[in-house]
Design a protein around this ligand. Sequence first.
Ligand code: BES
Ligand code: MN
Ligand code: ZN
Length: 496
Amino acid sequence: MQIAFPATPDDQPHARVVLVGPGNVLSPGAAAADKATAGQLARALIAARFDGEAAAIVELLAPAGLHVTRLLIIGTGPAEAMDAGLFEKLGGAIAARLQTSGETRVSVDLNGVTAALPIAEAAAHLAHGAALRGWRFDKYHTMLKPKQKPTLGHFDVLGATGADAQHARLAAIAAGVMRTRALVSEPANILYPESFVEMARDLADLGVELTILDVEAMTALGMGSLLGVAQGSVKPARILAMRWNGSGDAASRPVCLVGKGVTFDTGGISIKPAGGMEDMKWDMGGAGAVAGAMHALAARQAKAHVVGVVGLVENMPDGNAQRPGDVVTSMSGQTIEVINTDAEGRLVLADVIWWAQETYNPEVIVDLATLTGAIIISLGHDHAGMFSNDDGLAGQLAAAGEAVAERLWRMPMGDSFDKLLESAIADMKNVGPREGGSITAAQFIKRFVKPGVKWAHLDIAGTVWAAKPGTLHDKGATGFGVRLLDRFIADNFEAR
Ligand code: BES
Ligand code: MN
Ligand code: ZN
């Protein structure tokens, strides 16, 4: 979808959107449309019991007196709440409504609209919301009927000339989100460790420095924990590091973003039930979010030093797969009794986090992982679980999440949970009891974080994939994490 901020609407008749507030307070564009239609707009609002609620839409097809194919009247909600998030929501609602409507162009009239932020910024966020909500993964549909195909190719915002500069930054972020969604959407026969790396190669064009570890390198480094997971698959494991240093200081300690990249999780020998197992193609959602965040940061030339590191493996049961009871030695030297081969994400993260610390000496580590089903039971689909050893870091992440509506909810940690990981034969086992399953998983990861390193773990199992469309995404891959991480970096590591 092409986005533009023209001074005047396109000559060809197309869909027009005007804004109306609570109490049916008409924006100048809405008032003009009402006049041109001899009061049809106002009558339609009454007939529809329209109340100006945020993103509520009334649609007039081919209204007489106006040079438009259809007129959408959209509610803004109360004036004081017309912030960036509201404009994204409006853009999303417009895109969702018109995407397959047959309309090829829409222009949203912001002339004379006042908001809680400058109108150029509001316009940029409106377009951003439309771009995010309008994304679909149609790659493998070859038989869509014409009416099922997206038609909306142009999204114009009127009354906001000059918004291109504000929008450029958001377009970089949207491109990162779309990269993540595409990765998460790909099936596991297409997306596996080596192909994930190939699909990330073009990040180099944005100035991202790529480092790839193959099985030989990981073996030499002693990554027995990660390699134990990978050994049941014919697809060789990889670690991919994506470094962006926009800080202007080559020696600055980076922020490391670490992602779980299990390209398919059968559970291994502790095999999962068949029903719903196809969902485990998105068990690389953490790695996908990290790749997308690196794209966003590089594309908008973020003034920060950030390294994204993803551990890519496929968890399969074959004759060479690891068995329950196997003991593996991690790169850190700590030994692990693998009680359950389905608790594989933490085994991957253990070695990736250790390697990231040895290689990049980060000040802060944030890991993202579709780690536990238990976090979905705890928090549902609207919040990701956050675990941290640092209150300041937890606060920064929570604030970033709130700002972009990718919400986090902090979970507890502590010695009593850590004790549950004691093993009779090794330094630890990879699972605790069923209860508090997300917390023992976080405690396990914490054992691989060096003293003095600020660390947060985001369990995103409930937020990576949506069964239903949301405000800024269709059903399917949400791209969760990209906007959150981008905002976290922008607010805490760029202005210093
Ligand atoms: N990838 C899964 C977690 C998951 C489950 C993500 C459902 C998204 C939806 C993870 O590797 C896993 O299998 N976790 C186990 C841990 C258990 C064996 C301790 C789980 O949650 O059941
Ligand atoms: Mn698993
Ligand atoms: Zn998994």
